[in-house]
Design a protein around this ligand. Structure first.
Ligand code: DX5
Ligand code: ZN
Length: 546
């Protein structure tokens, strides 16, 4: 099912949420990075895509309601509301300050509370276990009034120790509240440790099923899975639904990830520039299915998804724009039925304006056309069609093509730019080193024109070339031969991720060194740097710290 979610823009907004939240927490010197980060995709999927709401009219009658029962995720929640336009993003830096509207735990907005809250906050949280009951009250009232508003509530797994959660669960199924959706941020950590050690919640799925709820499980950091689940749940009748979102506390900052100590602790302010760099360095891996054995696309998609790929790169070749012919919209339509992984379609075809509709209908999430195959007017038309359909628009540039200045005027509506590092037409070609300087040059031009989209590297990307294109600015890595060129796809993707990790840590170390805090940074990140010590050349640093 095509989700029409403008995937890359959503991805970028959720990244911005993490960046805003960590700045607010560091500025305040306190706050909860763990929960803000584990629930970022969940709250992003709701506010940036699924929920009916208006930041220009926060009390609009027809709005859906979000009850944030897991209130210590406040910094992330405020960052989501700021990114959605309820407050200026700058205000997130006033978090927890005296006189700030952004309290440590959100306060429900009212005229009386206007100095401690802002319109858009529906619920005063803090002591946990209560939000689900409030959500049930709203859902029941709306249902009895025959209103179509939907009610969403975010609950925690530590919070699920509270008995009131289970009383509420019984009531919701009693009243058949199919307009109510709870989302469980299942990061398996609570304030002072791991949930399964403190108060085991598993088998959590069976518990909610036994309370007669419709239960769906997703990877809570794959926004496409959350949105897919939210769409399917809308068709469920006479039952409330719960999405069990498997998440990682502190996801996004490696030394905070899955660590109880970062439940309610702020990083030193001086680390913020490095943490922001890390958040902007996340890499997406996109296997190209034309590589390896001929066809067998279905199996290739399934295996890549199982191996943890982020996207599937679909090379559409018409035998005219490029010498080879691959597959077309009908094949993609079929593949769309077997997976919700985002499809990154690379159209190497002549006159894409005549065909782009077919790829929209086929269920692609990202559609990239070549600058050599269309003029500005055609590109603008294609772009308009893609944005209207909720597809992330992209443009690709061949090695021999100069960056056309007319693209500058369209940058706001371009979510990805493919800088080809081979001449298109085949997988398994050798990487063209000259394209590195070109990529770096284009990235400079884009940055100076406030481009917010992604750079995608395509052609000859493998363990040897990945760091180079990462350093040049690429964050989406297409890999054909490197993934499908040998049988063990799992370890091929693990190796690429490892190389990506080394590239990111090298960059962060450089930044820490430039800012004169190398040993302090290594100390704060010691545990996850030790396995990379040799590759990063920091054995002496680590030794000195001991
Ligand atoms: C080439 C395609 C690439 C290619 C990548 O025209 O656009 O996506 O399949 O394959 P590798 O990684 O093997 O170069
Ligand atoms: Zn490609």
């Amino acid at each position: 099912m095509a989700l029409k979610m403008r995937y890359l823009e959503l991805n970028r907004k959720v990244r911005d949420v993490r960046m805003l939240a960590i700045q607010g927490i560091a500025e305040a010197g306190s706050g909860h990075p763990g929960a803000s980060f584990s629930a970022a995709e969940i709250m992003g999927a709701l506010y940036f895509h699924k929920m009916k709401h208006r930041s220009s009219d926060p009390l609009w009658e027809g709005r859906d309601f979000f009850i944030n029962s897991k209130a210590h995720s406040a910094p992330g929640f405020y960052a989501v509301l700021a990114t959605a336009g309820y407050i200026d993003t700058k205000e997130v830096k006033t978090l927890r300050k005296l006189g700030s509207r952004l309290q440590g735990h959100p306060v429900r907005y009212s005229e009386r509370q206007k100095n401690h809250s802002f319109p858009g906050i529906e619920y005063s949280g803090g002591s946990e276990g209560i939000g689900l009951s409030v959500a049930i009250g709203i859902a029941l009232a709306k249902k009895r009034d025959g209103k179509k508003n939907r009610v969403y509530t975010l609950i925690g797994d530590g919070e699920s120790n509270e008995g009131q959660i289970w009383e509420a669960a019984m009531a919701a199924s009693k009243f058949k509240l199919d307009n109510l959706v709870a989302i469980l941020d299942r990061n398996k950590i609570q304030q002072d440790g791991f949930t399964e050690e403190i108060m085991p919640l598993d088998p959590v799925r069976d518990k909610w099923t036994a309370f007669n709820w419709n239960v769906v499980e997703v990877n809570g950091h794959k926004i496409e899975q959350i949105i897919d689940a939210l769409s399917r749940i809308e068709k469920v009748e006479d039952k409330p639904s719960i999405i069990i979102a498997k998440t990682t506390k502190g996801k996004g900052i490696k030394h905070m990830a899955n660590s109880p100590q970062w439940h309610g602790k702020a990083p030193p302010k001086k680390h913020v520039p490095i943490l922001l760099e890390e958040l902007q360095s996340e890499i997406l891996i996109a296997p190209s299915i034309i590589a390896g054995e001929p066809e067998n696309y279905e199996e290739k998609v399934r295996r890549a998804e199982r191996a943890g790929a982020d996207l599937i790169h679909l090379d559409i070749m018409d035998g005219k724009f490029v010498p080879s012919t691959s597959f077309f919209a009908d094949t993609i339509k079929h593949l769309r039925k077997i997976s919700s992984i985002p499809f990154d379609a690379h159209l190497m075809i002549e006159k894409p304006i005549r065909h782009v509709e077919e790829y929209i209908d086929a269920g692609c999430d990202i559609i990239t056309v070549h600058v050599e195959a269309c003029n500005e007017v055609e590109f603008a038309e294609i772009n308009k069609m893609l944005l209207k359909a909720g597809i992330s628009p992209g443009i690709a540039i061949n090695p021999g093509t100069q960056f056309p200045s007319w693209l500058i005027g369209h940058l706001n509506n371009i979510d990805v730019m493919i800088i080809m590092s081979v001449n298109p037409g085949f997988a398994g070609q050798k990487f063209i080193p000259d394209t590195l300087d070109k990529m770096a040059e284009i990235v400079k031009t884009l940055k100076s024109n406030n481009y917010k989209g992604f750079i995608e590297a395509d052609g000859g990307i493998d363990a040897a070339t990945l760091q180079q294109v990462f350093d040049a600015g690429a964050r989406i890595m297409v890999a054909g031969n490197a993934v499908y060129g040998s049988p063990d796809i799992n370890s091929n993707i693990i190796q690429l991720r490892h190389k990506a990790n080394v590239a990111i840590e090298t960059k962060l170390l450089e930044l820490a060194t430039i800012n004169d805090m190398r040993s302090d940074w290594i100390k704060s990140r010691k545990n996850m740097l030790i396995p990379l010590a040799k590759e990063l050349g920091i054995e002496e640093d680590l030794h000195a710290i001991k």
